[in-house]
Write a protein that binds this ligand. Structure first.
Ligand SMILES: [Zn+2]
Length: 302
């Protein structure tokens, strides 16, 4: 929460003489919910900093869209602010949006929101956050998040869909565990959900444990899992060039770095592309929030 105020100032710096009067904040969820409590705490801190009161109103209904629509229809003057959940809703026509991201509120010019909305899972923020916190804003950053699904984020922002987790990594018709229904996808092999579907009798952690003790089925899967990650990474290296590839998410614990590097080495043979490197990074709310602020700044400048 402490970092929040400074982000607020950074993002709001685009506004001249704002705010000069009371700000009305709408929370599109009921009082007392998690999506209500956190923004209220934030507003309590922001109001004295801004020198203007912030009046909070709960307008629950229709899964948050009711309150959001109300804000969207308000005058686009920066005095109607929406505090939404992590999956932000873009209220077109607003000049400013309050985006509640990973428990922190970020106020962004609406022009920036378009850029922010590119990746609702926040992978874009994460990549930008890694770039910012490591002084690599001038470099290409890619990050895989190995969790229930497989997320892919890249920095700098670039036009595109970037559904990297659905990279096709095998031509095996039997590889159909991806939640999207597509065949041969990386997520269908590496996603936590997909692993549980594949091994109905074992949890993913048991599979990797058994692989250590030489269980053939589990060892084969461990190899497939690493090949999938290597294949998708090799593809992005071939398409976008070498550079740093970060790995995060709760399933990086299954990573056998030497095995991954070995497969990747076999897949990327062109010498100008071999300057890639791999690093495990922690996925923290702070990194994503910083990334969101960076993305907002850059989107506003586009
Ligand atoms: Zn898929």
């Amino acid at each position: 929460m402490i970092v929040l105020a400074s982000f607020f100032v950074v993002c709001a710096a685009h506004a001249e003489n704002w705010p000069s009067r009371l700000i009305k904040a709408t929370i599109p969820f009921g009082a007392g919910s998690a999506t209500d409590v956190v923004p209220r705490l934030v507003f309590d801190r922001l109001a004295p900093e801004l020198g203007q009161p912030i009046v909070v109103e709960n307008r629950a209904g229709a899964g948050g869209t009711l309150g959001t629509a109300l804000v969207a229809k308000a005058d686009p003057d920066g005095y109607s602010v929406l505090a939404h959940s992590f999956a932000l809703t873009i209220a077109l026509g607003l000049r400013y949006l309050g985006v509640l991201l990973m428990g922190a509120l970020i106020i962004v010019p609406a022009a920036a929101a378009k850029g922010l909305a590119r990746n609702l899972t926040g992978m874009l923020y994460m990549a930008a956050g890694i770039a910012a916190t490591r002084d690599k804003l001038h470099k290409l950053i890619r990050v895989w998040t190995l969790g229930n699904g497989v997320g892919f984020g890249r920095y700098p922002w670039s036009e595109g869909v970037w559904e990297g987790g659905h990279s096709v990594v095998t031509l095996d018709d039997k590889e159909r565990f991806c939640g999207c229904g597509g065949r041969g996808h990386m997520e269908g092999i590496m996603g936590h959900r997909a692993m549980r579907l594949r091994f109905l009798d074992m949890e993913p952690e048991e599979v990797f444990e058994a692989a250590k003790t030489g269980d053939q089925r589990c060892l084969d899967f461990k190899r497939l899992w690493h090949k999938a990650l290597a294949a998708a990474s090799a593809t992005t290296i071939h398409m976008a060039g070498p550079g740093k590839i970060f790995l995060s998410g709760f399933n990086v614990r299954f990573l056998d770095m030497p095995m991954l590097k070995d497969y990747l080495q076999q897949m990327v043979k062109m010498s100008p592309l071999q300057s890639y490197s791999l690093e495990i990074v922690e996925d923290t709310p702070e990194v994503r929030v910083i990334g969101a602020a960076v993305s907002a700044e850059q989107a506003a400048g586009r």
